[in-house]
Design a protein around this ligand. Structure first.
Ligand code: ADP
Ligand code: MG
Length: 276
């Protein structure tokens, strides 16, 4: 793929929305693969006990596999659980196993319970351009760990009737974490997913989201696409499953927008035009 500017420091992006089924996991794995295909080194941290991101990346995550649970609860180094993603150079995954379902409660009694992921990431010495954290559909301690570890929040919003409902709670949590635990945290990116341009509803929701969030909303929308929804059952992202599909091209374009909006590089580098 087209080479994009690489960030000076690792960009840690938290993919969050406490609503289920809005495209968090789909966005995490496909954006991560897109960034890797653009030449970046990318780690996906699967923080959902369902392990859907691990599955979608073709990563083994049965209950004996060393996983992000061991990192959070047993203080195992991140380097001991990270696996390379088959077929995508530069892409890695810290898988989630079903053990993680208990972590929400086990974390409560541990020291530094909100910052265990942040510490693990800080201690990780492999060079990375991006870390994308796939959050569960809740605002418990797992999501708080992600918000403390990251600097950027990426919110996927599904273009449907109640799109903005419930977002207030996420925004308040981001404010709370910023105020008490991580003052660098900000909502950097909103991505409209499952967009069906033929319906009036989709364009109305898109307009509403854009008027509410402004420039944080990526220009690229992710279309509703059967190819996107089929890919995980083959343990693949849509980028390798059907590289020429509209879903694949839209995630590549979204990744390009994200890379060009690098907060650390913007002052030094002029925005580059596409080389494609
Ligand atoms: P979340 O992680 O927020 O729960 P998912 O990423 O798992 O959401 O997506 C929910 C469902 O919608 C999944 O079955 C997924 O395959 C499907 N899906 C996500 N994005 C798209 C899309 N752009 N087009 C079609 N189906 C999609
Ligand atoms: Mg998910």
């Amino acid at each position: 793929g087209e080479r994009l500017p690489r960030p000076e420091r690792t960009r840690v992006m938290v993919v969050a929305n406490q609503k289920g089924g809005v495209g968090k996991t789909t966005t995490t794995v496909n954006l991560a693969a897109s960034l890797a295909l653009h030449g970046a080194r990318v780690l996906v941290v699967d923080l959902d006990p369902q392990g859907n991101a691990s599955t979608a990346l073709g990563i083994d995550h049965h209950s004996e596999v060393p996983s992000i649970y061991d990192v959070l609860v047993e203080s195992k180094p991140l380097s001991e659980v990270v696996q390379p993603v088959p077929d995508v150079e530069g892409l890695f995954c810290a898988p989630a196993t079903i053990d993680l379902a208990g972590a929400e409660i086990e974390l409560v009694s541990l020291v530094a319970r909100e910052s265990r992921l942040q510490r693990a990431i800080e201690a990780y010495e492999q060079p990375l351009d991006y870390i994308l954290i796939d959050c569960p559909p809740s605002l418990g301690l797992l999501t708080v760990n992600a918000l403390v570890a990251g600097a950027e929040v990426l919110i996927p919003i599904q273009c449907e009737y109640y799109a903005l409902e419930g977002l207030g709670q996420l925004l308040r949590n981001v404010d709370l974490v910023r105020g008490h635990l991580n003052r660098d945290l900000r909502i950097s990116t909103i991505l409209l997913t499952m967009y069906d341009g033929r319906t009036r509803l989709a364009s109305q929701v898109a307009e509403e989201v854009r008027s509410h969030f402004g420039s944080e909303v990526l220009r690229t929308n992710i279309p509703r696409s059967v190819r996107i929804s089929e890919a995980p059952s083959y343990g693949q992202t849509v980028l390798t499953y059907d590289p020429g599909s509209s879903g694949s091209l839209s995630y590549l374009e979204a990744a390009r927008e994200i890379a060009l909006r690098d907060p650390s590089a913007q002052s030094e580098q002029p925005q580059q035009q596409s080389l494609a």
